[in-house]
Design a protein around this ligand. Structure first.
Ligand code: PLP
Length: 409
């Protein structure tokens, strides 16, 4: 028999969303007339904006004519999209990068999951707790962790994000080679200020570490002191890789397009001490293993940067932001303590009266017919917290908020 990669056996079952679905299904079976509203979804509810749809149609038409048909494209992305990203997200903010440092992909999830394979198996990995689970799980699969005990994998440096530190983790006391930072954070909705992020860049410079910066939710930032890109921090261009996505910025969760910035100044080292640019390794990896994003999708993503595209996507984001305010207001009416929402589509509430995350889930479902996500599903430090999202429609969010506001704890 063929032996398996035993690291997969160390993974904890991803019971979170299936358990949520099971409990909701059981509740609906017992209460067939209940109108359950989900504020648990991490997916968007609004359709693609007209400028994007128009670009898709136009690109489809091009694909149907011999003169404009495109076959295999460059794995790193077409120059037109890399240039639009460069101008729209970086040069316009005073960040100097070059278009060939931008790699277009089919998702921040795949990029952030695949990127770890460029590093040795014995590098020390640090990550926030709670956080988007993909960083941890992909390092478990690769074999960078020991076994799982008491909610923790041996070999990982966990960076607790708690109420005490306002969900902004302290620097690790030990040496970390790779540091995953998610800002604005899923699930806490908290984002690093420039000053806070500067400390991490200094740490990475001192320790010769690499920061993998996931800013999938940067479009939701409203505070002036919160950077949209890690490259707003001086020196980051030598120590950081940045992951971005069109998923939550422009409703591309089904269309699929994202990008990763790997500046040429970020270096890794061989066992003999020779420096190698990470850029060269990622280029090699992508051109070998990745097929590129469809031409029509890249044209659609390009349209996000047109004046119409920008205005239309901003209007959608503003709608989600209003949902976040609606949810926060309702939670406060119910006497609950809640964080996030201001720079992210996520609201992170503290479960009351010692209820654990799952007990709160049951209470919210039974008493308000509202579904959310238990915080413990994002890491041990998420116990005692609960995530609500601003991605549902305005009408359903308002209805859910009215029910929540009437709850008593
Ligand atoms: N990064 C974070 C922090 C996320 O929360 C998500 C999706 O929920 C992703 C990345 C995935 O992005 P994409 O849809 O581009 O794969």
């Amino acid at each position: 028999m063929t032996a398996l990669n035993e690291n997969y056996l160390k993974l904890q079952g991803s019971y979170l969303f299936s358990t949520v679905a099971q409990r909701v299904a059981a509740y609906k079976k017992e209460n067939p007339s209940a109108e359950v509203i989900s504020l648990g979804i991490g997916d968007v509810s609004q359709p693609l904006v007209p400028a994007v749809v128009e670009a898709l149609h136009k690109a489809c038409e091009e694909m149907g004519h011999a003169e404009t048909f495109r076959g295999y494209g460059p794995e790193q992305g077409y120059p037109f999209l890399r240039q639009a990203i460069l101008q729209g997200d970086y040069l316009s903010r005073g960040i100097l990068l070059s278009a060939d440092e931008i790699f277009v992909s089919d998702g921040a999830k795949s990029d952030v999951a695949n990127f770890q394979e460029l590093f040795a198996l014995d590098v020390r990995v640090a990550l926030q707790d709670p956080v988007y689970p993909v960083y941890l799980d992909t390092n478990v699969m690769a074999g960078r962790t020991q076994s799982y005990q008491n909610g923790r994998y041996g070999g990982i440096i966990y960076l607790p994000c708690t109420e005490t530190n306002r969900f902004v983790p302290a620097l690790p006391r030990e040496h970390a080679d790779i540091i995953y930072l998610c800002s604005p954070n899923n699930p806490t909705g908290t984002a690093f200020t420039k000053q806070e992020l500067q400390k991490w860049v200094h740490y990475a410079q001192e320790h010769k570490s690499i920061i993998l910066f996931d800013s999938a939710y940067e479009a939701y930032i409203t505070s002036d002191d919160v950077p949209h890109s890690i490259y707003e921090i001086p020196g980051a261009e030598r120590v950081a890789v940045e992951f971005r996505s069109f998923s939550k910025t422009a409703g591309f969760t089904g269309t699929r397009c994202a990008y990763t910035v790997v500046p040429k100044g970020v270096q890794v080292t061989t066992r003999e001490g020779k420096s190698v640019p990470l850029h060269a390794l990622w280029l090699r990896r992508q051109t070998t293993k990745f097929n590129g994003v469809p031409y029509i999708v890249q044209r659609a993503a390009e349209a996000v940067y047109s004046p119409e595209g920008r205005a239309q996507t901003q209007a959608v984001i503003n709608g989600y932001r209003e949902n976040a305010v609606t949810i926060l207001t309702a939670l406060r009416c119910a006497g609950l303590t809640a964080y996030g929402g201001g720079n992210a589509p996520y609201i992170w509430l503290k479960t009351p009266k010692g209820l654990d995350s799952w007990a709160f889930f049951d209470k919210l479902l039974k008493e308000a017919q509202v579904v959310g996500t238990p915080g413990v599903g994002f890491g041990a430090c998420g116990e005692g917290y609960f995530r609500l999202t601003a991605f549902n429609t305005a009408a359903l969010t308002q209805q859910a908020a009215q029910r929540i506001a009437k709850l008593s704890f």
